[in-house]
Design a protein around this ligand. Structure first.
Ligand SMILES: [Zn+2]
Length: 375
């Protein structure tokens, strides 16, 4: 069931924005094409942007009222693979970059981003007729995976521009599902980027707003720290991060939470990842209160998430300088990190509306003193 009106103009704009952004490859550390496209979209709204040394795209919408400044951010990059070795016969071996699920890889179409053009390939899957009973339920680990791009020799692959270090991503694709649902490559986090563009449009039209820095960050899927350099320079008081929230309304996810696709935007009350990182975000109580009250006031359903096993770059941004009041807001997604992830445009439109209204409530009376909030 949709939470936003079926023909809402924001939803129409978001369908276009998400689709065009999902069709642009942008592996972590190689976000240039996505960045230039987003800079063009901002420029179309009359907003100038700049790029820092790491590649973050930064734009500032000056405030019309005094009060704490906001950094609203989403990551531009996507996970994928990097060429590790080209076999003499032209088959390509890869390393993974980010949390790529091995079990979702066989038979997937991919593209090698060679700089000049995207070269198609297919991740090999052993012929079924030669697959033994033991192999049937085994997931192939990375060292055994190879990509077939049609070359007969390493020389042919090199001549096509493929070399060690070449970025590889899932072949970009958009699939329109029923109603407001859309499947595509890197819904995580091009949908978040699209929401920021929609919020920027709303902020420009708002008579009252604090200063809002829009940041499209890099390397989130790689090390979660790309946004840190932007936060260090901007020194915001508040950081609002937008990304996927795990939808749990399918049979395989039912025990994990209460997030429904199409049930509206979501707020994370707890995230943590203990495998190698030991970090997460426990949101600032002022922001939990702000977005809870805004959702009630605007009649926007706001879902809640508390989840171990994932984290976002807000985990690191909150630790910049003397500390930044941080929160993760997002939209439900299914099949995360697979080649086709699913989201609902109604949730994106609801998230954009929640953000515009919530940020619009921030002025110099908005306190970040934790002791003013009962926790
Ligand atoms: Zn993400």
């Amino acid at each position: 069931m949709a939470t936003e009106l079926p023909d809402h103009p924001a939803k129409r704009r978001l369908r276009g924005l998400v689709s065009e952004l999902m069709l642009i490859p942008g592996l972590s550390g190689h976000e240039g094409r996505v960045r230039r496209h987003l800079a063009g979209l901002l420029s179309g709204l009359g907003i100038a942007s700049r790029t820092d040394r790491l590649g973050n795209l930064i734009a500032t919408v000056e405030g019309t009222v005094a009060g704490p400044s906001v950094m609203l951010f989403a990551h531009m990059d996507q996970l994928g693979l990097i060429v590790r070795k080209i076999e003499p016969g032209g088959l390509v071996r890869v390393e993974r970059l980010g949390g790529v699920p091995e079990k979702a890889l066989p038979s997937q179409p991919v593209v090698f981003c060679t700089g000049g053009r995207d070269v198609p390939g297919v991740i090999a899957n052993k012929s079924h007729h030669a697959t033994s009973q033991e192999e049937k339920y085994r997931v192939l680990p990375y060292p055994e995976i190879y990509i077939d791009a049609g070359f007969d020799s390493a020389a042919e692959a090199l001549a096509a521009g493929i070399d060690i270090g070449t970025p590889v991503v899932y072949a970009p694709k958009v699939v329109e599902l029923a109603g407001d649902r859309i499947a595509g490559t890197a819904v995580d986090d091009r949908a978040g980027c699209a929401v920021i563009i929609e919020v920027a449009r709303a902020l420009l039209a708002a008579p009252r707003r604090p200063t809002v820095h829009l940041v499209f960050s890099v390397q989130e899927e790689f090390n979660l720290r790309g946004a840190v350099t932007a936060a260090q320079v901007l020194a915001p008081d508040i950081a609002i991060q937008l990304d996927i929230v795990l939808a749990t309304d399918t049979p395989d996810m039912a025990q994990r939470g209460d997030i429904r696709l199409g049930g509206g935007p979501a707020m994370s009350l707890y995230s943590f990842h203990g495998r190698g990182t030991l970090n997460g975000t426990i949101p600032h109580p002022a922001l939990v209160a702000l977005f809870g009250e805004t959702a009630r006031g605007e009649g926007i359903p706001l879902q809640k998430s508390a989840h171990v096993g994932l984290l976002t770059d807000s985990s690191y941004v909150q630790l910049v300088h003397a500390g930044v009041a941080a929160i993760d807001l997002g939209f439900p997604a299914r099949g995360t990190h697979s080649s086709l992830e699913i989201c609902d445009l109604s949730d994106l439109a609801g998230l954009a509306r929640l953000l515009a209204a919530g940020i619009g409530r921030i002025d110099d009376s908005f306190s970040l003193d934790r002791d003013r909030y009962v926790t």
